[in-house]
Write a protein that binds this ligand. Structure first.
Ligand SMILES: Cc1cc2nc3c(=O)[nH]c(=O)nc-3n(C[C@H](O)[C@H](O)[C@H](O)COP(=O)(O)O)c2cc1C
Length: 483
């Protein structure tokens, strides 16, 4: 038996927060890091005048050149839990951009765009539809994957917004557009129809979109965006393309849906009850449950609400390009003024779903929030050892310079809007975490996101209403305040 709908979201959330053991790593079964579309016209980026999508993607989602020491992974501008990069970007390009109008898939490893369908909207600007390919993360984290998948997607939104800011472009983001609508815009099958359209490929779940424009003009209403591409329309419904030009297909060979991974059946079924589905003598370690949860989250959405995206303070292209998660230890205090600025960025980006606080150790150990540019005490005492324990026992939090925490009320599971609220909370936390991280990097502070949180109820620990830690950025050292 597998939980369905909201019950799947709830079971997958509980599995992550209660720390169901991840599967044993099997490198031979690692899902491919790259999707290929064939036949597809691949265009180099940044060769034409116009709204600079090439530079935008280079500064936000592109991969580093291969490094011999990291033979299996090419790191990217944007961080990702476990370096697994489950986020894909589809570009729905309108007028006035450095790519001709059309619908493209972005390949971050080649920094190139593959044209998959025709133009779908006439407005000046581009819509970046962000999807999740969950198997990349499930392969390593199994049933723990749902929150970190959403956090990764939120970081990607933050990376695009910050890169746009360095190019003088405006961005709006939506975290609650209906997934089938986003799929239609990006000329993809909806999550519910993916496997019927492209069997044996891992489905993509479109859960966020970023509108990029040179004008400060707001995004076009999603339901008025034109659906003019016969190829894309056919792909979206699974029919035969009516156009002479063949419709690019996702090639199964480069992105197959792996078979379930053998796992500790007893533990999985005990910990999540009906959430785990036995498959013969095997258990799918999270695949079915996490997929069903993502399908449910993609179905949600009362209609796209857009928020202006980007940092309140300046960020440079150099910081975006050289960002790296610092290796622990991240000891060394963070200056009060710097921490206040980081909390202001994180707090503003998190509103209204997510609150932003931090632990500091000096001059006295306390929990602080930013208010009017200063740090206000929210609790006294040393919280870092407890945080290290809650963060899946990652000891380096215990002596970190500061731990910036993103917290939210528990999901309103009985409310009809629960799935949307859950999706918004984690996407917002990833987005706010990214902007806080960049604000810290801008001020010379080393950073590392931490998305693994188990039984981490900060509110309860403070004797208040339940308030869960959903994400964090660990900060270390120095921090010369820059103007
Ligand atoms: C959502 C999210 C959660 C993460 N969680 C952890 C974590 O729990 N512990 C950790 O050491 N690093 C964590 N990281 C950092 C990743 O391991 C790191 O981004 C990845 O290895 C790529 O390296 P880079 O950030 O230097 O590009 C997380 C990153 C993201 C985006």
């Amino acid at each position: 038996m597998t939980a369905t709908g909201l019950a799947a979201v709830r079971a997958a959330d509980r599995a992550a927060r209660e720390g169901v053991a991840p599967p044993a790593l099997d490198w031979s079964r690692r899902p491919p890091a790259r999707r290929r579309w064939q036949p597809g016209e691949t265009l180099p980026l940044a060769s034409e005048p116009g709204l600079p999508l090439g530079a935008l993607l280079w500064r936000s989602l592109a991969a580093e050149p291969p490094q011999p020491a990291l033979a299996r992974t090419r790191l990217r501008r944007v961080p990702s839990a476990g370096g697994l990069y489950p986020v894909e970007a589809h570009l729905v390009v309108g007028a006035g951009c450095d790519l001709p109008p059309g619908t493209y898939h972005y390949d971050p490893l080649a920094h190139a765009a593959t044209r998959r369908a025709g133009a779908r909207h006439p407005a000046a600007g581009a819509l970046v539809v962000l999807t999740l390919v969950p198997q990349r993360t499930i392969w390593k984290y199994g049933l723990r994957s749902l929150p970190i998948l959403l956090l990764d997607l939120g970081h990607a939104v933050g990376a695009l917004a910050a890169a746009a800011q360095t190019l003088g472009l405006s961005t709006w983001a939506t975290f609650d557009a209906n997934g089938a609508d986003l799929a239609r815009l990006a000329a993809l099958p909806s999550p519910d129809r993916w496997l019927a359209t492209w069997p044996d490929t891992d489905p993509e779940y479109p859960l966020a979109a970023v509108w990029v424009t040179r004008e400060a003009a707001p995004p076009p209403a999603l339901d008025t965006v034109l659906d003019t591409a016969p190829c894309g329309a056919a792909a979206a419904t699974g029919g035969t393309p009516p156009s002479a030009r063949p419709c690019p297909r996702l090639t199964a060979g480069s992105s197959t849906m792996p078979a379930p991974v053998p796992a500790a059946r007893k533990e999985v079924t005990e910990r999540v009850g009906a959430g785990a589905e036995p498959v013969g003598d095997r258990v799918d370690v999270g695949g079915d449950l996490v997929y069903e949860a993502l399908r449910t989250l993609a179905r949600g959405g009362a209609g796209a609400r857009w928020r202006r995206a980007g940092l309140g303070s300046p960020v440079t292209a150099e910081v975006l390009i050289r960002r790296r998660s610092a290796r622990p230890p991240l000891a060394g205090p963070v200056r009060t003024a710097v921490l206040a600025e980081v909390l202001r960025e994180g707090g503003a980006a998190g509103q209204p779903e997510v609150s932003c606080l931090a632990t500091v150790a000096e001059p006295e150990a306390r929990l602080v929030a930013e208010e009017g540019g200063a740090l206000r005490t929210r609790g006294l005492g040393e919280a870092r050892p407890t945080l290290a324990f809650w963060a899946c026992e990652q000891g380096f939090l215990a002596d970190a310079g500061a731990v910036v925490l993103f917290t939210a009320a528990p999901p309103p599971w009985r409310h009809p809007d629960a799935a949307s609220a859950y999706r918004r909370t984690y996407l917002t936390a990833g987005y706010a975490g990214h902007l806080a991280l960049l604000a810290a990097e801008m001020r010379g502070v080393r950073t590392r996101p931490v998305g693994c949180w188990q039984r981490a109820d900060l509110g309860e620990a403070l004797g208040l209403d339940s308030e869960l830690i959903v994400h964090a950025v660990v900060l270390g050292g120095g921090g010369a305040a820059k103007p």
